[in-house]
Design a protein around this ligand. Structure first.
Ligand code: FUC
Length: 778
């Protein structure tokens, strides 16, 4: 019997692991087909060529420029006039004045840049058969295999978070058949040299940008280790001939220490990484890498059912996903998002950029930086619910670092205390308004990021952590206590100037006073500050001031079309782009929870706004709408938008989002949408949206389960309040749910029409049946 159980478990786990592969029958012809690996700092796109392999390398701190101060002293002088023009309805004039006087210097921020390429040539491998290229999400290893000249070759590539090197291992089924030449190329100002006996060295400086001098040094070192054969290092290449196997260790580092200190030593760092990794065998490097990856990755398993479609190569599956018979592709896409987060956002590294860690260009779209009016936040939506709380750490650290430059921008540009960050930031933590008034004059980016500080507390309930980040949240709130102004009609307190992200209103510009999203973000920021101060037992006076200010914010309004108004005025149907890609005012539905069925009028109005906006948009916009329809409990609509996202128009063959050429946000927003279809949680009593969050967590099981996933199971999802949830369902109905209480908080659990209250000790778990009746505690 024991043997039988073992065999079943073994086969189940092997089958599970096999399901989690992206695979292809030919090498990547272009960058957007290559496969990403990363350890949160060091990343590569692997093309899998047979005669010529390209490994495109990135290091998370290699950006253009150096420490700089973008604040603009002229801005403050223009502020009263900009406000006057806006309240007088002279939006175009306000726009011109803001563009002329109030924007950052320089007007744009710094780019995320590539390190360069490792190029490998394999003579005689152009003619080959039996090719396969795969990325195994469960091990975080890319594998390329094929037969050439009568031998079977296998290449394995991974980026180890344990050893801080990228490892490439070459084997063949016949001894003495490993022959290749390695060299490096880069678009950076850099030199490449081969150092005997077997090292390639790329050494350079980062780019100047927009008048800011490149201040970083960087190095990439490749060490070639072989078994058998001969290795020669000459000029700019290392050649291996007749080896039985070979291992390449790639290290890279820059002189970046933090956003104001560039005095690091990339030479010492890369040498130390190589020395440490060089002492391990390939097998040990691989084992340690896989163990660390699986520590995070295996916390969540999702099974939505498997059909024969799962046997096809991944690119073919994307093309036919909308036909509806490949539920496993949705599970693969979900786990790919978790894989990308683990690979691009680990403690000590930088947060996920618009392209994660993966960028080949010196001038990538939107500089591959941090657009914080939706994109960066979306990157982190699935982190806590899919049990990757540690991966949020780089984002939290970035927000901490925004306080100092953001205080300067608050003081210089706005004459205010506290700190502010507008719609973008970069490695150097730029906080001033950039690009132009239509996009950049939005002082809410930092405030929105503060949601993630609070969320990390709600999921983890760690008071020491809360005490650490509370001053950051408080500083963000202080800026608004100083800068909110009374609008003349109702004397509501509003932001001004601001805008509803990137959307022009009927007044002919984007700039305006008190757009709905600002009021929603502020309600959250203020409520979270009040709740945090209460939990920490501090700041009574400040709490009272914040509450009084919150109560005077402009309310959510329903317009004549029955929609939730995007602006203070009922402009929605006259706006030039009623199908605009941003759905900013629906922030109150998701990621916030200010609008739910407990606020029925607003809930209906938000639904109407979502309907009017339509489904189309770039990948991230579709991804947001999957989450929104899930929160409208409209499973079929959420699923329909998911099929629009997971199709060749929006998803590249390598499953990355195709916002031309590539932007990573939908790869996180999409998996977040799948999660929100299966489990939603909040800590608020939304019937009193102006009140602070209560301590009761509400868990909603299978709130938007589509017909396409009738039978399935999920384990390890997290809920606010500190819970871990497993669920099993059949024929569209919940069969069993297990709720593990990590921190001992009470919760209400809802499934369909049933609601139960659970009171449990920390560390206990309850198993519920499909009617939410307790089956057992343990
Ligand atoms: C936002 C979007 C754009 C793009 C950019 C990076 O500003 O409106 O579509 O995704 O971010």
């Amino acid at each position: 019997m024991k043997k039988l159980i073992f065999a079943v478990v073994f086969f189940a786990s092997v089958a599970g692991a096999q399901d989690l592969k992206l695979w292809y029958e030919k090498p990547a012809a272009e960058w957007v087909e290559a496969l990403p690996v990363g350890n949160g700092r060091l990343a590569a796109m692997v093309f899998g060529g047979t005669e010529n392999e390209r490994i495109q390398l990135n290091e998370g701190t290699l950006w253009a420029g150096g420490p700089y101060d973008p604040s603009s002293p002229e801005a403050l002088e223009a502020l009263p006039e900009a406000r006057r023009l806006i309240f007088a309805g002279q939006y175009r004039d306000a726009h011109d004045l803001i563009g002329w006087k109030m924007m950052a210097r320089p007007l744009e921020q710094m780019q995320y840049e590539p390190v360069g390429d490792l190029k490998l040539s394999f003579p005689g491998h152009a003619a080959m058969t039996g090719y396969r290229r795969e990325l195994d999400l469960d091990t975080a290893v890319v594998k390329v295999s094929y037969t050439a000249g009568g031998a079977r070759f296998v290449r394995e590539i991974f980026s180890s978070p344990v050893d801080q090197v990228i490892v490439i291992h070459f084997t063949a089924d016949t001894p003495g058949r490993i022959n290749f030449t390695a060299t490096m190329a880069t678009p950076q100002q850099a030199t490449v040299e081969a150092q005997p006996p077997a090292t390639l060295l790329l050494r350079g400086v980062n780019g100047d940008s927009r008048g800011i001098k490149g201040a970083l040094k960087f190095e990439a070192r490749v060490r070639v280790l072989t078994q058998g054969g001969k290795t020669t290092a000459e000029k700019r290449s290392v050649a291996v001939s007749g080896a039985d196997s070979a291992t390449l260790l790639i290290a890279a580092a820059t002189s970046y220490k933090n956003y104001k200190d560039v005095s690091g030593d990339p030479e010492a760092l890369t040498q130390a990484y190589l020395a440490k990794a060089g002492r391990k065998t390939f097998e040990t490097l691989l084992r340690d890498h896989v163990a660390e990856h699986q520590r995070l990755f295996r916390r969540v398993a999702l099974d939505l059912g498997v059909t024969d479609a799962a046997k096809l190569p991944t690119d073919q599956r994307i093309a036919r996903f909308a036909s509806g018979d490949d539920p496993q592709l949705a599970a693969l896409y979900f786990q790919f998002g978790r894989y990308l987060l683990i690979s691009s956002s680990r403690p000590g590294g930088q947060p996920v950029t618009l392209q994660g860690l993966w960028n080949e260009s010196m001038n990538p779209p939107w500089d591959s930086k941090y657009t914080i009016n939706i994109n960066t936040e979306m990157n982190y939506w699935p982190a806590e619910p899919t049990n990757l709380g540690e991966c949020v750490e780089p984002l939290i650290q970035m927000v901490r670092e925004l306080v100092e430059p953001g205080s300067r921008t608050a003081r210089v540009n706005w004459g205010a205390s506290g700190w502010v960050c507008h719609h973008n930031t970069d490695l150097w933590r730029g906080t001033a308004p950039i690009d132009g008034p239509n996009w950049g004059f939005w002082p809410m980016g930092g405030a929105w990021l503060c949601d993630h500080l609070w969320e990390h507390y709600e999921f983890g309930r760690d008071k020491a952590y809360l005490a650490n980040v509370y001053p950051v949240m408080k500083g963000a709130a202080q800026f608004f206590l100083d800068t909110l102004v009374e609008e003349p009609k109702h004397q509501w307190l509003v932001t001004c100037p601001s805008l509803s992200p990137e959307n022009k209103h009927a007044g002919g510009a984007s700039v305006c006073a008190g757009p709905t999203m600002d009021m929603e973000i502020l309600r959250d920021l203020f409520n979270h500050c009040i709740a945090a101060a209460e939990i920490l037992g501090i700041d009574n006076d400040f709490r009272a001031r914040v509450a009084a200010t919150r109560d005077r914010l402009a309310p959510l309004q329903i317009g004549t079309a029955g929609q939730l108004q995007e602006w203070l005025e009922d402009w929605d149907l006259q706006a030039p782009e009623i199908h605009h890609r941003h759905v900013s005012h629906l922030y109150a539905v998701f990621p916030s929870n200010q609008i739910t069925p407990l606020t029925p009028d607003l809930f209906a109005a938000a639904r109407e706004s979502l309907r009017i906006r339509g489904d189309a948009g770039p990948g991230w916009s579709l991804a947001w709408k999957v989450n929104l329809w899930a929160h409208m409990y409209d499973a079929e609509h959420a699923y329909k938008v998911l099929t629009m996202l997971l199709c060749p128009e929006h998803t590249l063959p390598n499953l990355l989002d195709s916002a031309p050429p590539f932007q990573i946000d939908a790869n996180f927003g999409g998996p977040s949408g799948i999660t929100e279809m299966l489990l939603q949680s909040d800590m608020t009593e939304p019937s009193t949206i102006n009140q602070q969050p209560t301590a009761i967590a509400r868990l909603h099981l299978l709130p938007a389960l589509p017909k396409a996933w009738p039978t399935g199971k999920v384990t390890g999802l997290r809920a606010r309040g500190g819970f871990e949830v497993d669920m099993r369902w059949k024929d569209g109905k919940l069969e069993e749910a297990t709720i593990r209480n990590i921190n001992g908080a009470a919760c209400k659990v809802r499934y369909a029409e049933n609601v139960v209250d659970l009171e449990a000790k920390a560390g206990s778990a309850v198993v519920l049946d499909g009617a939410l009746k307790t089956k057992r505690w343990y």
